[in-house]
Design a protein around this ligand. Structure first.
Ligand SMILES: [Zn+2]
Length: 493
């Protein structure tokens, strides 16, 4: 095993150029696709992966978990905080990922950034910027960009690119995306914040090689096709990007094109490959259109969005028309113009009453009207009609919890017990605590800690649970059983 320590890299030039662009054109500063390294010998101790040897490029799972936790914490505030949207992205991503290595999970992140970009990171994390989704004309385009990134992940291209560039800090890279987010603070603070923490940080730029791009294109197109999308849309999307790039005389390059080199040749190859696959119909997928408009309203100032809807006017194509009313209604609601929103809401509800996007639109309108009773009813009906819809379930439980109905919330949770999502489990524990079941709350928190690879914390929580005053016999047995189970599992390791 070699110990590898990174010394000064000539990597700030690019960032400086970029800063100039940012000041001049106030483009959002977001270093997605860039990698930052902490100058810490411990973090940097690593084996050097040989080119092409994928086994060395993998992190051991504990280190990977640690890095992912750091990454999640650091990038957290730059993620789009909307359950419907993150759920949409996750479902689309999983549908694609299931076509290749279905058992290896990928975590999908929805990043709030106007920059047209998607990126793969260590720890099997895949980020998609809001700007990219807004630039996609249909779901097939978005699917194809994501499939391309999934291919980069499954083929360990990042690790290989690092190896090739002799910056092989495999374990350190996971911190990358988090630090990347620093750049997103705002234009001036971006690089400033970076330099401020530069005592511990260096940045490096990763370009995928042409060979890696070709491989990701090839595999990505297969995934897209197998998942039921039209692979031709990828070529169309790349063409749009390249055209826009050529129109840009300010020297600005989208992040996606920086990290994924694009030439006319590559587009021709993608086209050729896509044409070899049987043609599929482009998806007029309504959920994509709803998600895209919800994202527009969530990430842009509401007044700008309203201007946008007024400017483009009501589209003629049916699904586009519905999505237009949906987005318009949502934007008006967020401006507290409930009366103006009503007509647009009615147009959506008249035909798509049971769609989760519609249900949460109606809920938001009821809350805006201070009609909490109606809001609770809408959510209750929505969950009943869509029992497996996570965003609806979470929103309903949260709503009940916030309106002092912990008992009812607890009952709903008991009816949907198998969700392992950390946010769900944390909420579950809070509700159990509020509903007067502290032992249950300890049990849930312990389970969560165990799921997150922290058996020490899990045991601690169970022991605390056993010390709760006036503990009933059932809870006592349950806590003790869980404690014994974790101890036994630990012993086996
Ligand atoms: Zn690529």
């Amino acid at each position: 095993m070699k110990l590898f320590i990174i010394h000064k890299l000539k990597l700030f030039t690019w960032a400086k150029n970029r800063t100039l662009t940012v000041f001049k054109y106030s483009r959002p500063l977001f270093y997605s696709g860039l990698l930052y390294f902490m100058l810490n010998a411990n973090v940097f101790a690593s084996e050097l992966p040989d080119l092409g040897d994928i086994s060395l490029a993998q992190l051991d799972s504990k280190k990977e978990q640690e890095q992912k936790t750091i990454l999640r914490e650091e990038i957290h505030e730059y993620l789009v905080d909307d359950l419907l949207l993150t759920d949409y992205l996750k479902k689309l991503g999983n549908r694609l990922a299931a076509q290749d290595q279905p058992h290896a999970k990928i975590e999908f992140l929805l990043v709030n950034s106007d920059e047209i970009n998607a990126f793969a990171s260590f720890g099997r994390m895949l980020g998609v910027n809001s700007g990219l989704i807004l630039a996609c004309g249909n779901e097939d385009m978005l699917a194809s960009v994501m499939a391309h990134e999934i291919a980069h992940i499954n083929q360990y291209h990042l690790a290989r690119a690092m190896a090739q560039q002799k910056q092989m800090m495999v374990p350190a890279i996971a911190a990358a995306l988090g630090a990347v987010a620093l750049g997103a603070l705002n234009s001036e603070a971006g690089v400033g914040a970076l330099t401020a923490t530069a005592a511990g940080m260096q940045q490096a730029q990763i370009y995928y090689t042409r060979q890696a791009e070709a491989e990701a294109d090839r595999i990505g197109l297969q995934l897209v096709y197998k998942a039921g999308f039209n692979p031709q849309e990828f070529a169309d999307f790349l063409e749009v990007l390249l055209k826009e790039e050529k129109l840009n005389t300010d020297g600005y390059t989208t992040e996606y094109l920086r990290t994924h080199p694009l030439t006319n040749n590559r587009i021709a190859e993608v086209k050729q490959r896509a044409n070899q696959l049987p043609q599929k119909k482009v998806h007029p997928e309504l959920n994509f259109l709803f998600a895209r408009e919800r994202l527009r309203v969530t990430t842009q100032p509401a007044s700008n969005v309203i201007q946008y809807y007024e400017k483009i006017g009501e589209p003629k194509i049916y699904d586009q028309k519905l999505a237009w009313h949906y987005g318009y209604a949502l934007a008006l609601l967020r401006m507290h113009k409930t009366a103006a929103a009503k007509d647009h809401i009615d147009r959506v509800i008249a035909v798509k009453a049971n769609n989760p996007f519609s249900i949460l639109l109606l809920t938001e309108a009821a809350i805006e009207n201070n009609d909490e009773k109606t809001a609770a009813q809408i959510l209750a009906n929505g969950v009943q009609k869509n029992p497996n819809n996570y965003p609806l379930l979470m929103t309903y439980i949260k709503f009940l919890n916030e309106h002092n109905q912990a008992q009812l919330a607890k009952r709903i949770i008991t009816e949907h017990p198998n969700n392992r999502d950390p946010d769900y489990m944390l909420l579950k524990a809070n509700i159990e605590s509020a509903a007067g079941s502290p032992a249950q709350a300890y049990l849930t928190r312990a389970q969560l800690a165990y799921n997150q690879n922290d058996p020490k914390m899990a045991k601690k929580l169970l022991i605390s649970g056993l010390q709760v005053k006036n503990l009933d016999q059932n809870s006592k047995l349950e806590l003790q059983a869980k404690l014994d189970e974790i101890k036994a599992l630990e012993k086996d390791k």
